[in-house]
Write a protein that binds this ligand. Structure first.
Ligand code: GLA
Length: 746
């Protein structure tokens, strides 16, 4: 049993293999959060002193007995509003007669096997039958509000999921104003917030800041999780490193507007809440109706950030993403975007596809520009029929040609959008979001469709399903190239306009649910102008997401590092592109580009016709190597070998197979120096008792100033873990080395 109720202590404890999470029912039924941390037994209620700190009110029925018991100072399992806790609220509702807030008290709880599901939202599932669910019902009888707190414990995975189901049990309508998925109070400790911010072509830059007094708030108003902030953050002990120290992760399974707030209060206690963006949000519940929040995935590790990331990686691959591709081999693709942009015809595409096949690619992807009259980004979104000028005879002959080469065929679509210059817009101008009487803001010359409307989501589903039924398509790149603003839907009454943003995200999920269920054999890759929607909500449907429009391998190192604090490498779509790079103009070696891109969504995005014979030969070798390493690279554990704030001239990471029989060490020099410090790496995750053979050192020989002293070929695991490995000096622009370690037979 991973969930234990102690009736005498009134505690409910959730145990994973290495963590414990406890709540306690207070004297009046308020649900306190007593502990989350390394696995331990006990009643942790006594950790929290009931002390009067002044100006922190007491529940009326307790005030005569003590001034020490306050919702404002004790850790809460789900904070209310307007009822004596002045810290960040999690839930707030308003009745028709204007009673506003939430004061929630225990009604009942239930522990049952299996994993709960959420209405209309992606959520983790339970493939191995290991999850246990806790449902705790709290109520505010004055408002007629019931809050069902849902938890699922994945004991062996050190993961706890949380969500909230809010019900109107009253007689009149209830308006929800705030609905956080999760509230985590940590009364003790000195914490840093590690979060991931950025912009287009520079997503998920890790930033680690000490918690300040007050509120640190991040999120998105874009109806997309966004390039700018990610719905994942970590609270880690001030001294935590990649390999030691307490860390808490909080990831939202959500792709729309969200908020994540981290508050350090007057007593130094930290509260982390996350959920739907409350600004501009409201949701009306009629009597008897309920509302589910997105799910939050919580993980605690006592042994550093690498261990935390690894738990998320395995969990997302196995228990969140339903695509069979999540844990399977993916084809190596060649995408024509950076090869041609909009400028192509059938012959050009078939030439590229033939050359891609000769390089060893397995999937050819036709990107933007194949439909409507799309010759630049100003028109035709919505007109998902073939541009006959470029592709006479339609897609059939092209696909046939690609398939005859022995390649799979993939297609780009951006079905949530519409161009003003399109047949779709001329037929249905009201399908685009926009406030009546005001010209809506354009972005990339396009408008966004109103996915809160079922006729729009039905049309999107039919359009994409139609393409998949009609053509022999193996892969879809699903793009989304603007942020949403001018939110107004003629389909919603005035008092429900605050529901629109969330309804659009729910509309998207309904389409993805239908399409991925009907076409499980199609590999879907998410994309949003690169990584503008790189989140667990999208990963529930799509096993991989194009990580960034910046294909410069050196820039990618930070973007991918930031992405992989929470998301697995197997979710990262990454391509080798041309040098000089189209985004930065930087020149980098081909091997460095390939090493940076060797995630599971591996491919090329360049014109093979412009490659030299030598480069082509190298690419053939890269694809063969990727195939050899792919399985364990996808399923293995990722270790960052450098600390975030190291003053270093390289980036290095390692993948270790589950059996610890194999490992891959990757290093890229990011700042060549005249007189560099030694390149010394202490490896991680190996079996200290094993002996490992090192292969692949020759891959970096080209960049050495002089022949290196030969390294021994066999090392003990202990030597690599404790003493490490010093690599020979490498010179030139961005050299790299990839070392393959294999357990040596005795
Ligand atoms: C977005 C994507 C790119 C490419 C273009 C096409 O920017 O991220 O990879 O598909 O759209 O317009």
């Amino acid at each position: 049993m991973s969930i234990v109720y102690d009736a005498a202590a009134r505690t409910i404890t959730l145990n994973t293999r290495e963590s414990s999470y406890q709540m306690q029912i207070g004297p009046l039924g308020h649900l306190l959060h007593t502990y989350y941390g390394r696995r331990a037994e006990g009643n942790f209620g006594a950790l929290h002193l009931k002390k009067d700190v002044g100006f922190s009110p007491n529940p009326h029925a307790l005030a005569a007995v003590t001034r020490g018991w306050s919702l404002d100072t004790l850790p809460q399992e789900l904070s209310g509003a307007n009822s004596g806790d002045f810290r960040t609220p999690s839930v707030c509702a308003v009745t028709e007669d204007g009673r506003r807030g939430a004061e929630l008290r225990y009604v009942r709880h239930e522990i049952r096997p299996g994993k709960y599901a959420l209405n209309g939202l992606p959520a983790a599932f339970d493939p191995a039958g290991e999850a246990e669910t806790l449902s705790v019902t709290l109520a505010d009888e004055v408002l007629g509000l019931e809050a069902e707190l849902l938890y699922a414990v994945y004991e062996s995975r050190d993961l706890i999921t949380r969500a909230l189901r809010l019900r109107n049990t009253g007689k009149g309508a209830l308006r929800l104003e705030k609905t956080a998925s999760c509230c985590l109070d940590l009364p003790f400790g000195d914490w840093d917030l590690l979060h991931f911010h950025g912009r287009h072509a520079m997503e998920r830059q890790p930033e680690r800041l000490p918690m300040m007094n007050g509120v640190m708030r991040l999120g998105s108003r874009r109806v997309a999780s966004s390039h700018q902030h990610n719905p994942f953050a970590i609270l880690c002990n001030r001294h935590a490193t990649e390999d030691a120290g307490d860390c808490y992760g909080l990831m939202l399974v959500y792709s729309g507007s969200f908020e994540l707030e981290a508050e350090k209060d007057q007593m130094g206690s930290v509260r982390l809440t996350a959920g739907l963006l409350s600004e501009g949000f409201s949701w009306t519940l009629q009597p008897g109706e309920s509302f589910d929040t997105p799910e939050a995935l919580l993980c605690f590790r006592h042994d550093g950030l690498n261990a935390l990331s690894q738990r998320y990686h395995r969990f997302l691959r196995r228990c969140l993403c339903r695509s069979p591709f999540s844990t399977a081999e993916r084809p190596v693709l060649l995408n024509n975007w950076e090869a041609t942009y909009f400028n192509f015809d059938r012959d050009k595409i078939l030439t590229i596809a033939r050359e891609a096949r000769d390089l060893g690619a397995e999937l050819f992807v036709l990107d933007d520009g194949w439909f409507g009259r799309r010759n630049d980004d100003r028109s035709s979104l919505g007109d998902w029929f073939v541009n006959e000028e470029k592709l006479p005879g339609g897609l059939e002959p092209l696909i046939r040609g690609v398939k005859e080469l022995g390649l799979q065929f993939g297609l780009w679509v951006e079905p949530e959008m519409v161009s003003e210059d399109s047949e779709l817009y001329r037929a249905h101008p009201d399908w685009a979001l926009g406030v009546p009487g005001r010209e809506p803001a354009l972005s990339r010359s396009q408008l966004a469709l109103d996915l809160s409307r079922s006729e729009v989501t039905d049309w999107i589903y039919e359009t994409v399903a139609g393409l998949l039924r009609r053509y022999d398509i193996d892969y879809i790149k699903w793009d989304f190239n603007r942020s949403l603003t001018d939110l107004y839907s003629p389909a919603l009454p005035p008092e429900r306009q605050g529901e629109l943003a969330h309804r659009c995200t729910l509309g998207l999920y309904s389409v993805l649910e239908r399409l991925t269920a009907e076409f499980p054999h199609v590999l879907f890759e998410g994309c949003a102008g690169g990584g503008g929607r790189f989140d667990a909500g999208m990963l529930a449907y799509f096993p991989q997401i194009w990580c960034s429009d910046d294909t410069d391998p050196i820039e990618r190192l930070t973007i991918q590092r930031g992405s992989c604090y929470g998301y697995p490498l197997s979710a990262v779509g990454a391509h080798v592109s041309a040098s000089p790079n189209h985004q930065t103009g930087r020149r980098t070696p081909l091997d460095t580009r390939a090493m940076a891109a060797m995630a599971s969504g591996f491919g090329y995005e360049l014109d093979p016709g412009r490659l030299s014979e030598e480069e082509k030969e190298r690419i053939r070798g890269q694809i063969r190597r990727f195939r050899e390493l792919e399985d364990f690279a996808r399923e293995g554990d990722l270790y960052r070998l450098t600390e975030l704030d190291d003053k270093r001239d390289y980036e290095a990471w390692q993948i270790v197979s589950e059996t610890k029989d194999e490992s891959l060490v990757n290093l890229i020099v990011t700042h060549p120096r005249a007189n560099p410090r030694p390149l010394h790496l202490r490896l991680k995750g190996l079996d200290p008792a094993a002996r490992y053979r090192l292969e692949g050192l020759e891959t970096f020989a080209a960049y050495l100033p002089e022949p290196p002293e030969p390294l021994p070929e066999i090392f003990s695991g202990a030597a690599l873990l404790y003493a490490g490995l010093t690599l020979p000096r490498m010179m030139g622009d961005y050299p790299c080395v990839q070392i393959h370690l294999k357990r040596a037979e005795d």
